[in-house]
Design a protein around this ligand. Structure first.
Ligand code: PFF
Length: 443
């Protein structure tokens, strides 16, 4: 069978950026930064993106392009079928992540409606509470899931590439406008200070929480640990330079997250809202943006456009997750694609219901999937490349770049030693932190 390749030369980058840029950058990054001590978290996150995220993205690209298969078929094709449990970890993570990602996607849909109907006038904190859990949250969770399932069953990858092409520049332009507007507001000082000026003592006292949170966020925002990037790169030609492509994807994704923080924290400070949102910050970006749209010139229009773009960003990411889960199930159990898509979407909708009723469940799903499952997935993939498949991996990485250079040696050593040790430590901390979280939240 001749495999489909990307429709356009930039199709792969667009799809990968479409998967990476999403609620993770604009909702989750500011939320975790607020919860985990501000600038210190940002520094740790940036370090982990460069030191762990980029090398693991290349691990996934190498596996995908070498095998020309999704994670299930990849290990068989590469001659190591026993490693295919990595695909199972990824599929499980996909189920859980999409189940609440769709709930947050539903919030965005509600904010689109509210922007045009004047729904968040007045107390934007109360509006968020009303949006986040309960009947509305469930209805819009269903709508978001139906949209994702529709896109996946129609198989409209070209349409998605075009959507990503429009979405990424629009999101950047809107965030820049909002960041500039934020800078003109009074009383933003504490917001900038919290976000940009790291306090080392915070790290020393809270490393147990900051490390797993930052690592989980690095994986989540770059769509790593689940095999999405394996699947996307499996359609890639040998002439592409994987290193260049990964640098572009990581740079765009990181830039958008940093911009989102430059909008959220000055807004929160100027509105006199709490910056350190100990555990309760899931609404940070929604509450502060809605309040800002209330006062800024043409705010509701800007708000409407902003939330539409955020919905597109969320859909291109959610698509990549469902697409991955569907290929896993279709390939493993040999069932037809469209019924599989609809059935899986329905199951994922049901799994997500508790998170649409209570934010504590959303937190519980989110921490488990990101800080534990994605990290475990990344660990397994890196061990495979570093210790089982290193020489083929190096050969694959050199394709499209005229052979290996100094970076490649650095990369394989990082993948062999630094990534596994760092991820093992993070995983141990994450499990410990998760048990404590469950005890304090639910018992
Ligand atoms: N990277 C997406 C975001 O930042 O919103 C979320 C995501 C997509 C996570 C795909 C994992 C994944 F496999």
């Amino acid at each position: 069978m001749v495999r489909d390749t990307w429709a356009t030369r930039t199709g792969f980058i667009l799809a990968a950026v479409g998967s990476a840029v999403g609620l993770g950058n604009i909702w989750r990054f500011p939320f975790l930064t607020g919860e985990s001590g501000g600038a210190v978290f940002v520094v740790v996150y940036l370090a982990l993106v460069a030191l762990i995220g980029l090398p693991v993205m290349l691990v996934e690209f190498v596996i995908g392009r070498r095998s020309e298969r999704n994670p299930v078929g990849a290990f068989r094709r590469l001659g190591h079928p026993s490693w295919k449990f990595a695909g199972a970890i990824g599929a499980l993570a996909g189920f859980i992540i999409l189940s609440y990602y769709s709930v947050v996607g539903g919030w965005v849909l509600q904010y689109i409606v509210a922007s045009f109907s004047g729904g968040y006038t007045g107390d934007t904190g109360a509006f968020f509470v009303q949006t986040a859990s309960g009947t509305n949250a469930i209805i819009y969770h269903a709508i978001f899931m139906a949209l994702v399932a529709g896109i996946v069953s129609l198989g409209v990858r070209d349409g998605l590439e075009r959507a990503a092409k429009l979405m990424v520049p629009s999101v950047i332009v809107l965030l820049v406008i909002l960041a500039v507007y934020a800078a003109t507001l009074p009383d933003t000082g504490p917001g900038y200070e919290f976000y940009l000026s790291p306090n080392v003592d915070t790290f020393a006292s809270d490393a147990v929480n900051i490390l797993p949170a930052a690592a989980g966020q690095a994986f989540f925002t770059l769509s790593l640990g689940m095999g999405v990037m394996i699947t996307y790169s499996s359609y890639l030609g040998e002439d592409r330079n994987l290193l260049n492509d990964s640098l572009i994807i990581v740079a765009i994704d990181t830039f958008i997250a940093i911009l989102a923080g430059l909008v959220t924290f000055p807004f929160l400070a100027s509105q006199g809202q709490d910056l350190v949102q100990d555990g309760g910050g899931a609404g940070a970006v929604f509450i502060s943006l809605a309040a800002a749209f209330e006062t800024m010139p043409a705010g509701h229009l800007v708000g409407g456009v902003f939330f539409i773009m955020l919905a597109v960003a969320a859909l291109t990411s959610a698509f990549s997750i469902l697409e991955m889960v569907v290929s896993y199930v279709v390939d493993t159990f040999d069932i037809a694609r469209v019924p599989a898509t609809l059935a899986l979407a329905a199951i994922i909708f049901v799994i997500g219901l508790p998170t649409a009723m209570d934010l504590n469940y959303l937190d519980a799903y989110d921490k488990f999937a990101n800080n534990i499952l994605l990290i475990a997935g990344g660990l397994v993939l890196s061990l495979f490349i570093g210790w089982v498949f290193a020489s083929d991996a190096l050969e694959e990485l050199g394709q499209g770049r005229g052979g290996n250079g100094g970076f490649d040696t650095y990369w394989i050593n990082v993948v062999r030693y630094v990534v596994p040790i760092a991820l093992l430590v993070t995983l141990a901390l994450a499990i410990q932190e998760y048990v404590e979280f469950l005890q304090t939240t639910f018992f």
